[in-house]
Write a protein that binds this ligand. Structure first.
Ligand SMILES: C[S@@+](CC[C@H](N)C(=O)[O-])C[C@H]1O[C@@H](n2cnc3c(N)ncnc32)[C@H](O)[C@@H]1O
Length: 262
């Protein structure tokens, strides 16, 4: 029996007995076995093809975001996030997956002063009993510490929730951008994406991290599969060249119509 299957069975037996423990979701290992069969279907576009002029974006970046943690987003992707914030000028961003707050800070420091980010991560007190699609997740980190004490902290509202249970009706149709970067297994990304679609206003954008990945990171296949399906239904998506991001944004639809007409 694989470790993932063992953890899943163990958790299911505990969840039956102890009220208040999240019900388990199916273990994603079958999806992972099929990872090599899931292609990266999205067209690859440079950031400046998607957002005209963004190759000259002057992005604000705090040096505290330079880190060596294996899950830390690399600097070129943080700059990309900053440039996206500059291009979209969002008033409200919702983020699934705060972690230490690197992506939150990169977004906030490039958003208009009066804007706001709501960022969601698991309650640290529940992290050790919460079973992710791939087993128990990362532990021992301080959620959002990177934005604490910065001038951007006041723009950020940190909330603890399991993203799939996060159901704030007040956000429906209100966000300019939703960034999906929490649990990467298909069942979770699919639900986070449906939620993201319900949160964005007409003309809003959705951004996913880890749409593309190296062969050693097959656990991200759930993102690829979800975004491929989303693209087939909604179009207007691209992988951002030189990064692992995929984005759904209206400017891609206009670009595609221009190219068809030319
Ligand atoms: C890849 S990290 C996010 C990285 C962050 N966006 C950054 O770039 O700095 C994924 C985060 O999602 C959180 N997470 C995993 N499953 C979750 C869930 N079901 N609901 C909310 N957060 C979740 C993890 O605790 C972890 O902090």
């Amino acid at each position: 029996m694989s470790i993932q299957r063992f953890v899943h069975k163990w958790h299911r037996s505990i969840a039956k007995r102890i009220p208040g423990i999240d019900p388990p979701v199916p273990v994603g290992n079958r999806r992972i076995a099929k990872a090599s069969k899931i292609p990266f279907l999205l067209p690859s576009l440079s950031l400046s093809e998607i957002f005209e002029g963004s190759d000259q974006a002057e992005v604000t970046m705090l040096t505290r975001l330079i880190r060596t943690h294996k899950l830390a987003m690399p600097e070129h992707e943080l700059i990309t996030l900053g440039a996206i914030a500059k291009a979209l000028q969002p008033k409200l961003v919702v983020e699934f997956g705060t972690f230490t707050g690197g992506s939150t800070t990169a977004l906030a420091s490039n958003m208009p002063v009066q804007s706001k980010i709501i960022t969601i991560d698991l309650d640290p007190a529940k992290r050790d009993t919460h079973v992710h699609g791939l087993g128990v997740g990362v532990s021992g980190f301080d959620v959002g510490y990177l934005f604490r004490g910065t001038r951007y902290e006041q723009m950020i509202e940190q909330r603890y929730a399991n993203s799939v249970d996060f159901d704030d009706q007040e956000l429906l149709g209100k966000a300019d951008l939703v960034f999906v970067d929490a649990d990467h297994t298909y069942e979770f990304v699919k639900r986070d994406t449906q939620k993201a679609l319900s949160f964005i206003k007409p003309g809003g954008s959705i951004l996913w991290h880890d749409y593309t990945w190296e062969p050693s990171n097959t656990e991200c296949v759930g993102v690829t599969q979800t975004v491929n399906e989303f693209w087939q239904e909604h179009s207007a998506c691209a992988q951002i060249a030189g990064t692992r991001f995929a984005i759904y944004t209206p400017s891609i639809a206009s670009l595609q119509s221009k190219r068809v007409a030319a």
